[in-house]
Design a protein around this ligand. Sequence first.
Ligand code: NAD
Ligand code: LMR
Length: 332
Amino acid sequence: MAKEPVRVLVTGAAGQIGYALVPMIARGVMLGADQPVILHMLDIPPAAEALNGVKMELVDAAFPLLKGVVATTDVVEACTGVNIAIMVGGFPRKEGMERKDVMSKNVSIYKSQASALEKHAAANCKVLVVANPANTNALILKEFAPSIPQKNITCLTRLDHNRALGQVSERLNVQVSDVKNVIIWGNHSSTQYPDVSHATVKTPSGEKPVPALIADDAWLKGEFITTVQQRGAAIIKARKLSSALSAASSACDHIRDWVLGTPEGTWVSMGVYSDGSYNVPAGLIYSFPVTCCNGEWTIVQGLSIDDFSRKKLDLTAEELTEEKALAYSCLS
Ligand code: NAD
Ligand code: LMR
């Protein structure tokens, strides 16, 4: 029997990530090849005509799984009945800007959209915040939507996770699909800690630890980390626009694994509400290694954290604590 359609909201749908993301969702990349979808697309009035153009293209592409499109500048209409909300709407970072610079523009959007989601989305709606500062926007959304379960509000660090997989695969000249269990800890910012201490590569003679295969501590603790931390800025420098296809693809990965589950023995990175695991302060949206099963994520427990890693985990937590205070000062 055909499945009931799932309603997926994409905010900022007329923007460049939106343009890459909505066809992926309509093709089944996010929720599976047998899952019909109804797309809800929100943007602001100056982008209404462009948004309508995206809707026209979705019709023209004749996606078999796409059972309807709502394209609107009305946040209530956009949020009504949605099962999944991908929050991309906001103002992106331009060359030379740090994420803090985009804070004041974006957190107020997340405060107001929190109420619309809380009142009008379907019960148990899963929320993924992509717009920067992603962790802090997600935290503001959580705080101003108290009736949405805190486990349902997450932010995107899967792009950073995928970037780390990509760097390891290039360095070792192995397939990216053979690398697993990297970790992004903390903020989706230049203080994030990409960690390969527990990562492995599938080889003909079994799974091998990445640190043993690379055996270049200076690279692993230096260039590898800074490359992943600075990749967003490097893309902006090269494209004069921030990453879009990789962000859209990673957003699909995030939701697919959350809804359909992570493969046995594999974890992924998600920005989730901290419960104090690994001595990360509770009350932040912080990226952890998680496994997913039956639509629920669980933080992977018991990984060893050495002194080098401890400092990096703490540094990015400190930045998130500062961002939280700054966000509240922007809202007051
Ligand atoms: P963009 O400027 O191309 O698109 C953003 C869209 O949001 C625009 O169409 C704009 O009109 C719309 N918008 C603005 N305010 C809105 C509101 N209140 N409600 C609904 N829509 C609104 O930007 P983009 O390149 O698509 O990037 C979107 C966001 O994603 C940025 O904040 C960017 O920094 C962030 N980003 C995050 C990651 C990540 O890994 N977390 C990666 C790449 C980009
Ligand atoms: C990215 O990581 O590509 C985005 O968050 C864009 C940025 O501002 O770095």
